[in-house]
Ligand binder design. Structure first.
Ligand SMILES: *Cc1c(COP(=O)(O)O)cnc(C)c1O
Length: 823
């Protein structure tokens, strides 16, 4: 995060840290993630401990050029960091928060809106920004950086040029708001919708509310929904209040009439005994409520009712998403539709840098509006970021960027005065085999650029939520015993979810190993820049040379295979090649059996061509209670085999057995490493509690190509299998068995979600299409249809046709385009 300047000795005083300072440098950036470093010379790294211990990353961060560290335990080998400053504190997060609170306090005249609530915080924050940026210079959290760390980094951006701060605070349990309040120190508070999010972290709804209200301890004014706080009015902090209600006339803003007019929402209310109105360009209940909060906030801040109306009508959707798609000429396109500013540019450039699949990294950026900065300061910052993040090709669009082109030092750079000028020469720019980040302010309509560069998708797409994947990975990480490694299973295109896109994410999140089914799959990952060790479950003898060329490690499951590989290694003069031994403990698929282990040991002891990396086995029913005795026997048999093999070898060998369900159900089987598969993708047969901690990763959606009226008794589709029991209508949708929507789903077995309504299939599924009964739904051609998502789950579909979720996922054919998104 870009920020302000403090000398390191000053920071030592503020945080009360001990330790000697070798060089008194100026710190501008605060870093909490070793993978996201910018301007290392002027950075201070906080070795936070969360799921991982930040102290473990000090060598890596030091190597990247960072010399200043806040730590809570001295480094083991201080001599490896000769010119580092170590600030030793009792608690690293507390130190970060102290620094942020100190920084906030320096700007005590700054007006700050603090937002909390269960839902709508980010939207209300972004909308207030949209509404007030015409007349205010606003600093705010990037995206939804509202956590204990996110708020500290957000507040660090405050400096003298701003005259308004808008910061959201997110908490999940008691005691957290006390830490956020001093950093934000809001003068105005907004309590958004109170719902059930994060209920599990609190004893009851009252406790959650009390905790949230702590943000407003020092507020002048608090804005809230009257009905929500009716029981608590006396407890609402703030010298004055401003509340709104649909039901109570005594509220400051009484909304008494609501109508939908031409897809807009028309609101009328009473304020200071006068009737006022506004038109909002959204009609769903949540957006309308968020808009009312914004309306109330503007009124409370003294905005004229007419200005409120003018600006509310121009609100635009807030999207946090970055989408990763296949582009033309073997390019990858990252489409970032979040509004453009330097903070979110930095976040997007980090995502660009996570991509390894192409050598060239390209940025298409528009002028940045409402930054509050002078152009020469702003674009100098941008040019610095672009250089730091190693962009190879820079395309600037807009008059301001064009005027500052001298600041940019990328190998290739192009400038255009507007989007049309760029579009007119787009083909001549010869984009090929590169990752292109597209990021523009709204006025530049960069969706047109994206449209020109993205490969046209047939309208059935599978969306992969990379945040959900990361969440699931972290969930399993939290269940691991100390020092247990993770091998992520990315066979069969990551269970249908994609290849390098998923592997990049896993590599970025530092899993230890990947596993694929075949050598080809491993080669594809290597070609996309994946450098993690990769195990191949079914190595084909005919492709051993490729396997070695691409440094893939074979699973060896039989004497025949071992013999063939050793012969190959001998012939090629390869020594100590890493292999993995598979033991059959009951699956009876692949692997050495109990009676073979001794002979295997004899062979291994003297063999100089191979080196055993790991010994492993696979559980057949780790999620099923009825087979628990069998599972236990498998674990015992595996331990015996492992000890025999380890005993025969002079070096340490890893052992692993647990697949997804065993991680939580059989912690004793975690050994040195676990092999995480379907859980990554949000599915785990062993988890069926009410609050499922896993998030669905994949959404399969298609669209309606035609709607037809059908009379009762008329037949529908091949072989006349389908009909409606009454007069009604059907929709033809663009998905069939060739896309992976199996024929078994036909004739009402399968269902799809249309406008939130679950409707059955009618008749047989065709190769590329099928029909659904939409008699009860208002639909038109082009409308979206959900085959599965986080609400209508893959597990449900699997049950309908008597299969398992694995098959549903991996069946989605390669013809269905994958779109990845990340927030
Ligand atoms: C696929 C596979 C896994 C992963 O299983 P999940 O149930 O998806 O977690 C683990 N080990 C081996 C050998 C596999 O083939």
């Amino acid at each position: 995060m870009l920020g302000n300047q403090y000398s390191i000795s000053n920071i030592q005083q503020i945080t009360g840290a001990t330790g000697t300072i070798a060089h008194n440098v100026t710190v501008i950036n605060l870093i909490t993630d070793s993978r996201k470093i910018n301007n290392p010379g002027a950075s201070l790294f906080f070795a936070l401990s969360g799921r991982r211990d930040g102290h473990d990353y000090i060598p890596e961060v030091y190597k990247a050029g960072v010399r200043n560290f806040v730590i809570s335990k001295p480094p083991a080998k201080a001599e490896s960091f000769p010119d580092a400053n170590f600030l030793l504190v009792a608690d690293v997060l507390t130190a970060l928060q102290q620094l942020a609170a100190y920084h906030r306090a320096k700007f005590d005249a700054l007006e700050v809106i603090g937002i909390t609530g269960s839902n709508g915080k980010t939207i209300v924050k972004e909308w207030l920004y949209q509404l007030m940026c015409p007349d205010k210079k606003i600093v705010r959290n990037p995206k939804s950086y509202n956590s204990q760390i996110g708020v500290a980094l957000s507040v660090w951006q405050i400096d003298a040029q701003y005259n308004l701060g808008i910061f959201e605070a997110g908490i999940s349990t008691v005691g957290e708001m006390e830490k956020l309040e001093p950093m934000i120190k809001p003068t105005i508070g907004v309590l958004t919708h109170m719902g059930s999010a994060h209920d599990e972290g609190f004893a009851n709804a009252e406790q959650k509310l009390e905790e949230k209200l702590k943000l407003f301890t020092n507020c002048q004014t608090v804005i809230y929904h009257y009905d929500t706080l009716i029981k608590y009015k006396a407890q609402v902090p703030g010298k004055t209040n401003f509340c709104w209600s649909r039901n109570f006339r005594e509220a400051d803003l009484h909304v008494f009439s609501e109508t939908i007019i031409a897809n807009k929402y028309y609101l009328r209310g009473t304020y200071k005994s006068k009737e006022i109105e506004c038109l909002v360009p959204f009609i769903d209940a949540a957006s309308v409520e968020n808009a009312i909060f914004c309306w109330a906030t503007m009124l409370a801040l003294g905005y004229d009712a007419q200005i409120c109306d003018d600006r509310l009508e121009k609100l635009v959707t807030v999207s946090m998403r970055m989408e990763l798609k296949q582009g033309i000429n073997n390019c990858s396109i990252i489409d970032d539709s979040y509004n453009s500013d330097t903070q979110s540019l930095e976040i997007a450039l980090d995502f660009l840098n996570q991509q390894n699949q192409h050598q060239t990294r390209t940025l298409i950026l528009s002028d940045i509006f409402q930054s509050g900065l002078e152009h020469n300061v702003l674009y100098k910052q941008v040019a610095q970021l672009v250089a730091q993040k190693q962009v190879d090709k820079f395309i600037g669009v807009g008059k301001a960027l064009s005027a500052h082109q001298a600041l940019f030092s990328t190998a290739q750079k192009y400038f255009f005065s507007d989007t049309d000028a760029l579009l007119s020469v787009l083909p001549d720019l010869n984009f090929e085999d590169e990752t292109i980040l597209i990021k523009g302010s709204r006025a530049f309509e960069f969706e047109r650029v994206s449209h020109a560069l993205v490969q046209k998708a047939h309208e059935t797409v599978m969306e992969i939520n990379l945040n959900a994947l990361q969440n699931n990975l972290n969930f399993y990480r939290s269940k691991l015993n100390a020092n247990v490694k993770i091998m992520a299973m990315v066979k069969a295109f990551s269970y249908g979810s994609g290849s390098f896109e998923v592997a990049n994410m896993l590599q970025f999140n530092k899993v230890d190993y990947l596993a694929v089914a075949y050598i080809d799959e491993g080669i594809a990952l290597r070609n996309a820049g994946i450098s993690l060790p990769i195990m191949v479950l079914n190595p084909e003898t005919s492709a051993f040379d490729k396997m070695v060329e691409f440094t893939l490690q074979p699973e060896i499951y039989s004497f025949t295979l071992l013999d063939e590989f050793v012969k190959f290694a001998q012939l090629k003069n390869i020594f100590d090649y890493p292999i993995h031994l598979k033991i059959d403990t009951g699956m009876h698929r692949l692997g050495f059996e109990d009676f073979e282990i001794e002979a295997l040991c004899d062979l291994l002891e003297t063999n100089k061509y191979i080196q055993v990396q790991s010994v492993f086995s696979h559980l057949v029913a780790s999620d099923a209670e009825v087979h628990d005795t069998f599972t236990l026997n498998q674990i015992r048999a595996f331990e015996k085999a492992y000890h025999q093999i380890q005993g025969a070898l002079k070096y340490k060998v890893l052992r692993h057995m647990a697949n997804t369900s065993a991680i939580t159900r059989w912690p004793v089987a975690q050994f040195d490493m676990v092999r995480l598969g379907i859980g990554l993708y949000g599915i785990d047969g062993a988890i069926n509690n009410e609050v499922n901690p896993l998030q669905a990763v994949a959404t399969l959606k298609t669209s309606i190509s035609q709607v037809k009226k059908i009379r009762a008794g008329e037949t529908i589709g091949y072989n006349r299998n389908g009909s409606l029991p009454h007069d009604g209508k059907i929709a033809t949708v663009r998905i069939g068995y060739a896309d992976g929507y199996l024929r078994a789903f036909g004739n009402g077995v399968g269902k799809m979600l249309v406008k939130g309504v679950l409707v059955p299939t009618v008749g047989n599924i065709s190769m590329d299409m099928c029909m659904i009964d939409v008699s009860a739904v208002e639909v038109k051609e082009g409308d979206e249809v959900i085959v599965f998502n986080e609400e209508y789950k893959i597990e449900e579909l699997a049950k309908q046709i008597n299969t398992i979720p694995y098959e549903i996922l991996t069946n989605v054919s390669q013809r269905v385009k994958r779109v990845y998104f990340y927030e």
